[in-house]
Design a protein around this ligand. Structure first.
Ligand code: GRF
Length: 205
């Protein structure tokens, strides 16, 4: 069987991008598998999606920690024994600090509902409509300490319609997110699995 990349998916809510990754991973030729789903919100709907797919889940509630570093230490501990190669943020609504990010250089990716670098942050669709833009989309990018700013892996565009509301636009962008995220994982997996092969040749492990 071909080698697969081990993913951790971090969520805070509904988990539709997680579901898209679960479905992609179910394809035999997809180069990744999900080892763990972590939520910072107890009872997040995405946790059930993971459990239905037989994936291990854990909740690390940020509310139980007094500062970001101790929250991130708990996240790192939860990831600790899962052999994770790549962390996929999928609607994970906490900003990660360099304390966490520097431990996973080029190993954390995120999906954002705009064509970055435009419309970083929240309420992207409202702002796109307010500005009268004719197109928007979604971006999967590497995570760096500055919010929504790392190198782009995949972007997909979506035309804005005259009668769009934030909800209708969000729904059409979301459809493209579900295509973009698996596509980005394929791209990253290709690179990381190639390097993994080299590492093992050098170290003999
Ligand atoms: C998506 O729109 C994603 O781009 C943003 O948060 C939303 C999460 O949705 N970061 P879901 O939980 O994957 O359904």
């Amino acid at each position: 069987m071909a080698e697969k990349l081990n993913l951790a998916v971090l969520i805070s809510g509904r988990g539709s991008n997680l579901q898209a990754l679960i479905e992609a991973c179910a394809q035999t030729d997809f180069p990744a598998k999900i080892k763990i789903v972590l939520s910072n919100v107890p009872g997040a709907a995405g946790l059930e999606k993971a459990q239905d797919a037989g994936i291990r889940t854990e909740t690390v509630s940020h509310k139980e920690y007094t500062d970001r570093e101790s929250f991130e230490t708990a996240l790192l501990a939860a990831l600790g024994n899962c052999n994770v190669d790549l962390i996929c943020l999928a609607g994970f609504m906490r900003l990660l600090t360099p304390y966490f990010i520097d431990r996973w250089p080029e190993r954390i990716i995120n999906i954002h509902p705009s064509l970055l670098p435009d419309y970083k942050g929240t309420h992207t669709h409202e702002r796109v409509l307010k500005d009268g833009k004719t197109q928007t989309g979604c971006t999967v990018h590497y995570v760096v300490p500055a919010m929504d700013s790392g190198p782009v892996i995949v972007q997909r565009t979506v035309p804005v319609k005259d009668d769009d509301t934030p909800d209708t636009l969000a729904a059409r962008v979301l459809e493209q997110e579900h295509i973009a995220y698996p596509e980005a994982v394929r791209i990253v997996a290709k690179k990381l699995l190639k390097n993994r092969g080299k590492e093992s040749l050098i170290t003999g492990k």
